[in-house]
Write a protein that binds this ligand. Structure first.
Ligand SMILES: C[S@@+](CC[C@H](N)C(=O)[O-])C[C@H]1O[C@@H](n2cnc3c(N)ncnc32)[C@H](O)[C@@H]1O
Length: 378
């Protein structure tokens, strides 16, 4: 992939940009395999399926952009301590829909007179603009502001933006008052009638709320959920727990006749969105239910034949990994975005033998990846 921003040292986020894509994929597969092997110790290796590649560019369905510059000449990109605000509105990792939307959003900054936040002087209001595109090409736009000072102006000019960006479905203000490197704050004001973005994945409609997690690469996420569905169906568990379920990607894919699925997630907004996806799929709350709560605490209370875990980068941690080891579900499906914490957790889960594993490349041009491992109890 060619990138002028990289060549000019304006943005070096794509740390593997100079590596041919096939090499990137092979290296991710090899290093993940090595780490998993170390975590397993003397246990046999799983069957490794070929890694799932991604389109090398235009795959990112989520843009997290720092807004800098001035009201009349805003930049949409990143903040660099040496260079200040860098404009990356044409970043080739984003989907074409997001690349087309970012200049229009920069125009909105000027029109609604949203003063970009200046990190050194702490002046200004607008910190970030966060954009998500659904597979249908619809957009969710979130303005991260220091306060609600600009709310009236944003509302006033929203009809103009809806005219310019026909795909815009959900728009919100997120309030992040702290002078800290936080992407977003706790408070969200939804300005459009529609509050969630429908994300169709493998024929299922998941609903993405403003403050909920969704995988960055929707095509590869679809492959991840398909693998999960196939591997779990082979084991045919009667009860499944999906810990860290987000808006229900795994739980809804794993619903099947005669199977009870429970998703557990810390974010109440994500749980509400997951329930919406379930209702839209015509699944009853008896078969698929979602619980707002802490994954570790939940595992203490109920048992399942198969437990899906898809934690943040920090992994399960000693307590939950030990709890899984003790509580003894017959199978565990672990989806990880960090093979190092996966390996550490596998070392704790000593009674589990790995059956199958696969690297899925959600993040081309970087060393990041997703890996799915199916384990059964020895
Ligand atoms: C990597 S995301 C996985 C989301 C989902 N499985 C998916 O496929 O989109 C991790 C999720 O864990 C949630 N989370 C973080 N800490 C948690 C905890 N202690 N208990 C339950 N959920 C948690 C986050 O809110 C986030 O939705």
């Amino acid at each position: 992939m060619e990138c002028g921003h990289y060549d000019r040292f304006e943005c070096r986020s794509c740390t593997w940009l100079e590596r041919p894509y096939d090499d990137q994929l092979a290296a991710k597969h090899a290093t993940t395999r090595e780490l998993v092997r170390a975590g397993l110790g003397h246990r046999p290796e799983p069957e490794w399926l070929p890694p799932v590649p991604s389109a090398p560019e235009g795959f990112r369905t989520k843009a997290k952009m720092v807004v800098g510059g001035t009201i009349d000449a805003p930049s949409v990109g990143l903040w660099d301590p040496g260079r200040g605000a860098v404009d990356l509105r044409d970043c080739a990792l984003h989907t074409p829909g997001i690349q087309a939307a970012l200049p229009v959003l920069a125009g909105f900054v000027t029109r609604a007179a949203l003063a970009p936040y200046d990190v050194p002087t702490r002046n200004g209001e607008l910190k970030h603009v966060l954009v998500t595109e659904s597979p249908a090409g619809e957009l969710m736009v979130r303005w991260v502001l220091r306060s609600t000072e600009a709310e009236a102006r944003i509302r006033k000019h929203l009809p103009w933006l809806l005219g310019e960006l026909a795909a815009l479905r959900v728009m919100t203000i997120n309030v992040q008052p702290a002078h800290a490197a936080l992407l977003e704050g706790e408070r969200e004001l939804v300005l459009t009638e529609q509050e969630t973005l429908p994300m169709e994945v493998n024929g299922l409609t998941l609903h993405l709320g403003p403050r909920s997690f969704f995988q960055t690469n929707t095509d590869v996420a679809a492959a991840l959920y398909r693998s999960a569905q196939e591997w779990v169906d082979e084991l045919a568990p009667a009860t499944v727990h999906d810990l860290y379920c987000g808006v229900g990607g795994f739980a809804l894919h794993l619903a099947a006749p005669g199977r009870a699925v429970t998703g557990i997630e810390i974010s109440g907004d994500a749980v509400a969105a997951a329930e919406r996806g379930r209702d839209g799929a015509g699944l009853s709350a008896d078969r698929v239910r979602f619980v707002t709560g802490d994954a570790t605490a939940y595992l203490l209370e109920e048992r399942a034949d198969l437990v899906v875990v898809n934690p943040p980068r920090r992994g399960l941690g000693a307590e939950l990994a030990a709890r899984l080891e003790e509580s003894g579900p017959a199978a565990v499906l672990y989806s990880s975005c960090n093979p190092e914490t996966l390996a550490r957790d596998l070392a704790t889960m000593r009674s589990y033998l790995p059956i199958r594993a696969q690297v899925l490349d959600m993040f081309p041009q970087t060393a990041h990846l997703e890996v799915l491992v199916l384990l059964t109890r020895a």
